[in-house]
Design a protein around this ligand. Sequence first.
Ligand code: KG4
Ligand code: ZN
Length: 343
Amino acid sequence: MPRIVMGIESSCDETGVGLVRLHDDGSVELLADAVASSVDQHARFGGVVPEVASRAHLEAMVPTVHRAFADASLKLSDVDAIAVTAGPGLAGALLVGVSAAKAYSAALDVPLYGVNHLAGHIAVDTLQHGPLPTPCLALLVSGGHTQLLRVDDIASSITELGSTVDDAAGEAYDKVARLIDLPYPGGPPIDKAAADGDPAAIAFPRGMTGPRDAKFDFSFSGLKTAVARWVEAAERRGEPIPVADVAASFQEAVADVLTAKAVRAAKESGIGTLVISGGVAANSRLSALAAQRCADAGIELRVPRPRLCTDNGAMIAALGAHVVAADRPASSLDISANPALPV
Ligand code: KG4
Ligand code: ZN
């Protein structure tokens, strides 16, 4: 069974290369996690510009591979298998990673595994907290995704219970940050500003929580519009914007809906473990409220450390190791990127 797995990630604005070791007992050990981000190049546009991201991946890919091997004190020839994000993500960005992975697979004569980015966000937790009890639930919250997933087998069986019908949670953070003059990406500055604000100052709406709404779907565009209207009204009255209160009240609305639906899904399906991952999992209020509600409901909560939650190559290497351990057949060298790859 292959021992050392390299993971390559390039679905959005992070070029990630991870190295892991698969042990005989099925546990997976993190050896290196090199990431090059083009986030600064997108900041002035307020969101990721696909062409800019693709070009940045091209420039960063080979140096990031070399950095990962140097960090792990390994040689390219030590690799036994390669996993790459085949989707979902930005088409041009994904193609850079998939092409690089194919080239390394052919040159090193090792099997190639095209894997799912969303499953990678869940698999990464095994690097920190060990094997995942299954079934478990995963709440994936990032700039591009907001999904509630049921995991029966990390390598082969993940079912979507619900997802956002409009904006992703991180996207809502980024858009609201713009409205209150905070920088991009909006999550960290809103989180920081909210620490000095009153989460009950403004009663922002909780999207998709009506009796006729789909139980486990999410909506954040109404919340973003409500913040925009509130800010416009204050400006019309000539009042200064209470940034800390707006940030805290917005953050509370997001954390409330995400944790309420995740905990309800766990209770209804009798599942005892919830994993929260993706960039927004780094949010202080989301993790605090999730911890409180999970404890009340007797649910084990697993949140990987922030560095593992955001996009990286280690999550793809970890998933690759689980796929190898499950004896899934390797992908052929003609796999292509699929921007809309389902879980
Ligand atoms: O997983 P990620 O790094 O990339 C994507 O796949 O999108 O997530 C990035 C998103 C951004 O929207 C960013 O604003 C958000 O995660 N984010 C946060 C925090 N840190 C990052 N949102 C809320 N609170 C945070 N502390
Ligand atoms: Zn992601």
